[in-house]
Ligand binder design. Structure first.
Ligand code: ATP
Length: 586
């Protein structure tokens, strides 16, 4: 397929308000794509070059893109910048400045290869080379193609659809309806690479999709927990008995290990310090499927010692104090999420992973086994190794049948200063990518009016008055994601420490944008001083949820306050509107 053709499709999608029509256009695009390019078409239309977990990023700021556009169109940088401030979208800016070229004939694969090379360039002088190569590429393209390409390196393609719409469109391509979506979604949940799913579907049809199983190295979408307020209700939902485990408050780690493959870490020094001679394949994925492997050298080291050929483990990583041996708070654990100074931090704040599930073992996916069977296998593997000294620990578990046993265990974990507990249904399979009552979280504070915290996106902020002038921020506007729109739920101006005000201001600076993003739906009376692009996710505590005539989610949080920053969540993982409705009613 010519890139020009892809650009026409993207343009059609962008100008289609109806979701159904958008799916039909995507389906048509997939139909016209060749087998060997459908994965690239998927990634490019989602504004990427690979699945997110591959971590292929351009690292080009909007300012750089302004320079690139100026260079490729031969206009002055200040003219391009002025247009950007006026229009607010780099794609539309280049379209305005660029003269259309009809002789350009690069294919999707050609453009993809060029972009891939640019993104992968690193080291000394790479920024300058990226600018040069990107400008050369844009120069070769017609104005419509350039419009879409200019948005990709700055993460602003956002055509308003997600991996899930791609799955709908694949079904549509075959059956002109969504009937194949459940089977495609099942495959995607266990093998979260939408390009690979599209390739299998295009080459082998639904039969091929039915055969898709999880593979070591490709993330499985995490199973998620529901919330209930009473132990009695939880036991009833779980048919009278359940497993209880302490709920550790760190970050989710899905650990993939394979002894038959060799492994190269980005920064070799990480491993040398941990005196690790063996280097078998390890990949660690976060809750939202980012590849976080390089952040955890001690887990890489510990996993090498497991007496298995290969495995996928699910667990929670939490930092501890080597002197007192006490586990640390989330705020302290989160210091381990970093790109630089990894080794120093690993020594200062070591981690342990509490493994609570096993999803794959010795070439066999285990997702369809019951939790009880999986737990037996997990105990066999982890009990062989010596407990507390290691970085990988089997999560404690008890089985209960009565509410008073439930309450006793809850009191015990609370006395240990843990967050609460997880109740799990013993005969449930692992439902990848699903939030349901197979797992129920029961946390301190959940017995109050509002049964859980809310994860929101920061959409903009207000400059501070009085003391807050020093912070540069006095309140911020938060919202939730609803399909491809962002709806507001609260303005938050209290409950932050000075440190949190400074931190949120710093984070907002990286996201500030000249115009209100077009996917934001905001009441005309709500006008933050500065708009932020979607990217900063915060966990908010509130007293209750109320109906609201002002906020576009039609619901608002009462007495909202910032609990913490949620870098481990993606935009699609903010609290859903129907979850808010349920919290309102519970
Ligand atoms: P969610 O993941 O449900 O969207 P969240 O990220 O805000 O919500 P919580 O609601 O606090 O997290 O609870 C779910 C998370 O708890 C899991 O994703 C996992 O990271 C963590 N967790 C800690 N201990 C356990 C355990 N024993 N079993 C399962 N998950 C656990």
């Amino acid at each position: 397929m010519k890139f020009k053709t892809l650009a026409k499709f993207l343009n059609k999608i962008e100008n289609t308000p109806s979701r159904l029509e958008m799916t039909a256009v995507l389906a048509d695009l997939f139909k016209q794509s060749q087998k060997d390019e459908i994965d690239k078409v998927c990634y490019l239309s989602l504004g990427r070059l690979a699945p997110k977990y591959e971590g292929i990023e351009f690292n080009l700021a909007e300012k750089m893109m302004v320079r690139i556009i100026a260079r490729s169109t031969k206009f002055e940088e200040k003219e391009v910048l002025a247009a950007f401030k006026e229009i607010g979208d780099l794609g539309d800016v280049i379209k305005r400045f660029k003269k259309t070229k009809d002789d350009f004939n690069l294919s999707v694969s050609d453009v993809f290869e060029m972009l891939f090379k640019i993104a992968q360039d690193s080291g000394t002088g790479s920024q300058e080379r990226k600018i040069k190569k990107m400008a050369e590429l844009l120069e070769k393209l017609d104005s419509l193609s350039a419009k879409y390409i200019a948005r990709i390196p700055v993460n602003r393609l956002r055509l308003g659809f997600s991996d899930m719409t791609v799955l709908d469109a694949l079904s549509w391509m075959e059956n002109q309806d969504k009937s194949l979506r459940p089977e495609l979604e099942r495959a995607f949940n266990v093998l979260a690479d939408v390009g690979k799913i599209a390739f299998v579907f295009k080459t082998k049809g639904i039969k091929g999709i039915k055969k898709i199983k999880s593979e070591v190295g490709i993330p499985i979408r995490a199973a998620l927990a529901e919330r209930l307020k009473k132990p009695e209700e939880i036991l009833e939902k779980m048919d009278g008995q359940c497993a209880l485990e302490p709920k550790m408050d760190g970050f989710r780690c899905q650990i993939h290990f394979d002894r038959s493959k060799k492994f190269k870490l980005k920064d070799e020094t990480n491993l040398s310090l941990f005196e690790n001679k063996e280097k078998y394949f390890v990949r660690i994925f976060s809750r939202n499927l980012d590849n976080t492997t390089h952040m955890f050298p001690e887990i890489i080291k510990a996993v090498q010692k497991l007496k298995v050929d290969n495995a996928i483990l699910d667990g929670e990583a939490i930092a501890f104090d080597p002197q007192t041996k006490k586990f640390l708070s989330f705020q302290e654990t989160v210091q381990r999420k970093r790109k630089h100074g990894i080794l120093e931090k690993a020594i200062e704040v070591p981690l342990k992973v509490f493994v609570f599930d096993i999803l794959y073992l010795n070439n066999k996916p285990l997702l369809n086994m019951t939790f009880k069977q999986r737990r037996t296998l997990l105990e066999k593997i982890l009990n062989k190794s010596k407990g507390e000294e290691k970085a990988i620990i089997l999560t404690r578990q008890i089985i209960v049948k009565k509410p008073n046993e439930f309450n006793q265990f809850f009191e015990k974990v609370v006395s240990e200063e843990l967050e609460g507990l997880m109740a799990k249904k013993l005969d449930a399979v692992y439902q990848a990518g699903n939030r349901n009552f197979n797992w129920v979280k029961y946390k301190v504070g959940m017995q109050s009016d509002l049964a859980d915290t809310i994860d929101c996106v920061v959409m903009g902020y207000y400059k501070g008055k009085g003391k807050r002038t020093n912070f540069g921020i006095g309140a911020f506007l938060v919202g939730i994601v609803d399909k491809n729109k962002f709806l507001t739920v609260s303005k938050i101006g209290i409950g932050l420490t000075d440190k949190q005000w400074r931190e949120i201001h710093k984070r907002c600076q990286k996201l500030k944008t000249y115009k209100k993003p077009k996917e934001y739906q905001v009441n005309k009376n709500i006008n933050p001083d500065v708009w932020c692009k979607p990217g900063l996710i915060v966990e908010i505590e509130a007293d209750t949820i109320t109906r609201s005539p002002i906020h576009t989610a039609k619901l608002a949080l009462r007495f909202p306050r910032l609990k913490r920053f949620r870098d481990d969540k993606s935009l699609n993982e903010t609290t859903k509107k129907n979850e808010l409705e349920r919290l309102l009613k519970s």
